[in-house]
Design a protein around this ligand. Structure first.
Ligand code: P6P
Length: 334
């Protein structure tokens, strides 16, 4: 494949498909640059003195890692001066972050999980940054309400994966393309064009330790997978669980599979574990753009009308045949 950097890719996308305006192109480049900075900090590990806990809790009541806070600050600092954003919101901040008055404001809203899976950081496992881009409604104050749009309104979504190599996986609504960071040049280079998720799979990802807390349709579906070829599915399945959503989803984007974080009796009162605006929605847009499916067990995640910025949802996504089947079990039980 010709060596196409992210910058060239975005300019060509803007020229050929003109679905990218200059502000959206700038936004994506700035987010990518921020992810490069996060990648450098992560790759230094203990040597950068940024591991361990920050001694604070976030809005989720979760202990913040130093890198959670640092990654959040890197994304805020990188994006607030460019004139492309009306506001930003993050898993790590209670309220949306307004653009300081000394900077121009733009039409887009950026919402992100600056470092997802950060509990894996201290054991040197793959983590990632997840981001979602919405348009700020005309004439609307860029407060929490402006962000509360269903996932179908996203104009772009992506994640950075801090693994053996650092990757950026991106969609602007016209398929999914992936870039690998060339550390010597300091640029993201196009390495996968038009990622597709096979409709069928033999691989599932779920935290099995929660099985006794799941609702009946989820237990029924997983028990059928575990029964293998002697069971109703007539084939054996394999299991993976990295407990880092970006890593588990990237495996699915790369070779198919399904990922579940269903509602269970422990998380029922919160509505689930994963967050709609900056985990489920961006990942669902990527998965659907790659030919997969994403539901909360009853409806497309992208059609859920958010009520709260940090709202949680059950997540079932990946190979379409499996997601359609597990969703049918949930709908039957209604
Ligand atoms: P559990 C990481 O904390 C995260 O938000 C996702 O990245 C991941 O898929 C999930 O939680 C892991 O949850 O309950 O298995 O630790």
């Amino acid at each position: 494949m010709r060596r196409i950097t992210l910058s060239r890719y975005l300019i060509e996308q803007q020229r050929e498909k003109n679905h990218l305006n200059s502000d959206l192109r700038l936004l994506i480049e700035v987010v990518a640059r921020a992810c490069k900075t996060i990648s450098v900090a992560i790759n230094k590990g203990e040597l950068a003195g940024v591991l361990g806990s920050a001694g604070t809790d976030n809005v989720q009541g979760e202990v913040q890692k130093k890198l959670d806070v640092l990654s959040n600050e890197i994304l805020l600092d990188a994006n607030e001066w460019g004139g492309h954003l009306a506001a930003m919101a993050s898993e790590e901040m209670d309220e949306p972050h307004p653009i300081p008055n000394r900077f121009p404001k733009g039409e887009f809203l950026l919402v992100f999980d600056p470092l997802d899976g950060s509990s894996n950081i201290d054991v040197n496992m793959t983590v990632g940054t997840i981001f979602s881009v919405l348009k700020c409604p005309e004439g609307v104050e860029p407060n929490e309400q402006a962000f509360l749009q269903p996932g179908v309104k996203q104009v772009a979504a992506g994640y950075a994966l801090y693994g053996p190599s650092t990757m950026l996986v991106l969609t602007t609504g016209h398929g999914v393309d992936a870039f690998t960071l060339d550390r010597e040049q300091g640029s993201f280079v196009l390495t996968q064009k038009g990622m597709r998720i096979p409709e069928e799979t033999k691989e599932f990802a779920i935290n099995m330790s929660n099985m006794r807390f799941w609702e009946a349709p989820m237990q029924r579906y997983i028990n059928e997978l575990l029964a293998g070829k002697e069971g109703p599915r007539g084939k054996d399945f394999n299991m993976r669980w990295i407990a880092s959503m970006v890593a588990d989803v990237h495996r699915i984007m790369t070779r198919g599979g399904v990922f579940f974080y269903p509602i269970d009796s422990k998380t029922k009162d919160k509505g689930g574990k994963l967050r709609l605006m900056y985990e489920a929605n961006p990942m669902s847009m990527l998965v659907e753009q790659a030919g997969g499916a994403a539901t909360n067990g009853l409806q497309r995640i992208l059609e859920i009308k958010p009520e709260k910025l940090h709202q949680r949802v059950p997540v079932m996504l990946g190979s379409k045949q499996e997601i359609d089947l597990v969703t049918s079990y949930h709908l039957e039980s209604q």
